[in-house]
Design a protein around this ligand. Sequence first.
Ligand SMILES: Cc1ncc(COP(=O)(O)O)c(C=O)c1O
Length: 394
Amino acid sequence: MTFRYANGVPTSTENATADILKAAADPKVISFGGGLPAPELFPVEKMKAAADKVFDKYGQSVLQYAETLGYPELRKQIVKLMHDRDVETTFDNVGVVGGSQQAIDLVARMLINPGDVVITEDPTYLAAIDVFNSYGAKMVGVEMDEDGIKTDALAKTLKEYPEAKFIYTIPNFQNPTGRTMTVERRKELVKVADEAGVPVVEDDPYGAIRYAGEFLPSLKHFDKDDNVIYLSSFSKVLAPGMRMGWLVASKEFMAKFTIIKQNADLHSDNLTQYIIAQFLEDNDIYAHIKKITDVYEHRANLMLQLIDEKFPKNVHHSTPEGGMFIWVEVPGVHTEDLFKECIKHNVAFVPGSAFYANAGKDGTFRMNFSNMNDEQIKEGIDRMAKALKVVMPK
Ligand SMILES: Cc1ncc(COP(=O)(O)O)c(C=O)c1O
């Protein structure tokens, strides 16, 4: 049987990303390619205690169907987490989702008709590009620098595409670049978006895992017109396998979102919501986050120091203050050639071209530092340095 697939379904199941993941999955390969948190930091015992308590306290009710926007106690906890992030919101503005990935998908489903323009940072999160493409969006990338998206270029793009459906941005420790948008740019972004009447989708899965520099208020903090839809997640601060995230938006948006979420899955996993709410009640989440950020700071600094020592001198890298990624630029090198050479040396990364909305920039790649221990980082960088020697133009 040949199915007549909908337009959003890719015509081929083979793509560069699948090939990369396959190559990197070989146990001999040291992979800086994935985006996985460090599993040894998952709070297994505390989560187990929370789960036991939930079953003892609530029994059958946690296994029942439940409210579409989420378990009320968890939504109240999220209002508190948002307050800690300098965003005052209410229970009615919060919806629980199956990871921020589901929020990206449902927001895209609500806003994109085929052919609509979506503005993103260039480069941006690969799986968001895939989602927006699946709804038939026309993607327009806006250049970034070390301070985040260039807001003057964004203002120009908004003039060119006044009918754009939304701007998708990751202000903190961006995936893939690890860069953080400055406060000035945050204010400016909200201002130009408001003036253009184009909503902003602020994706913030990494903001809480800052290990250096100052806390910066989110775009939602500066949002006076209810123009920002804020997404975040428990994936990087607790555990990604639990698939729990949230979205904060205007009441009008949430009313419609409720119907779309219902269509997708009725509600997010009730049991997991109870367990996370119990965990948050019984534990200091910030003490747990500190354990994560201490390890990530150490790994990031080790990787950066070794890149500086062992990679060629003309290599440029970002210096993240949190999150999980470093962005590397190697002028003159074809990243695909470097990738093939690295695989021969049993080390992997993600070539940068995958992260661009339109034409990818050669000579760029993303390295993950959260998921490898010191020995793996040292050995992996040595192997990459050898591969770089082979492919660097002489
Ligand atoms: C920028 C960005 N947004 C969203 C997600 C999805 O995260 P979640 O596990 O919350 O669905 C990721 C995951 O890596 C990400 O990097």
